[in-house]
Design a protein around this ligand. Sequence first.
Ligand SMILES: [Zn+2]
Length: 282
Amino acid sequence: MWLLDVQDLGEPDADLTTALTLKNGNPVYALSEVERAAIHAVYALYEAMLGQPDPGLRPAALDAVRQFMHDAYSQVQIGGRLEDLRARILASTQACPYCGFGEVKDLDHYLPRGTYGELAIYPRNLVPSCGPCNNAKRAVYPGMPAAQGPGLIHAYFQLLPDEDFLHADVEFDADGTLSVTFRVDSPGMDPALAAKLQFQLDRLKLNARYRAQVNKYLSEQRTAMLMLHGAGDAIFSEFLQRSSAALAASYGRNDWRVALLRTLAADPAFCAAPEAYLGLPV
Ligand SMILES: [Zn+2]
């Protein structure tokens, strides 16, 4: 969750040619050598800026090309000539980096192609995401007016501190219902980064969307948890801690499941009587 390995570039120059050429070999737009070099310079600047906005990403030299590049993204859609590029990026992760559970079906333009047409087919501007996250993110772009929020982190380029910053607050209702709220809290973290991560949780409505995931996850774990609880509260708490650490190795220490188990392991009420919240063994 949150981050992905940096995307392979593949062959951006060949992709550029393919995107701007029809199947019969005729150009959609005859790119000059100057324009081609300017696009590569934009790609290099995007790397240097770690994907963040910069006026140099919309150079005047590309004013004539921008709309064609924007439209060329259709070649990255299913059935397009760059469909392989799409498949490669989607295959690079098991789950959406924005929510940590959704199936990746969409490519999100981190910098929107409506503004940055030059970057419409650049692999490192294309973040694999699930439909709900992509839809919720759509109106958010880096560089938007500050009053609208700080924007989202870049899944390929953001550096995150190696500490636990995602916390799960768990409440147990009298009827045994468990409600979980995730929040970002890290005293040592740059406040601007913390605000960005919290904005991401809020903007993508993750707390509402995690509700069903938490129920599903705990019901899958129920039998193992209740059996382990038979060995005593302390062993059970240790089991939850170790499970959290094992998941952190796969999904990152600030994955929602890791945060949830970390909280449950430290919760005396849950460790004393998990059956009150998880039901009886089946
Ligand atoms: Zn998602």
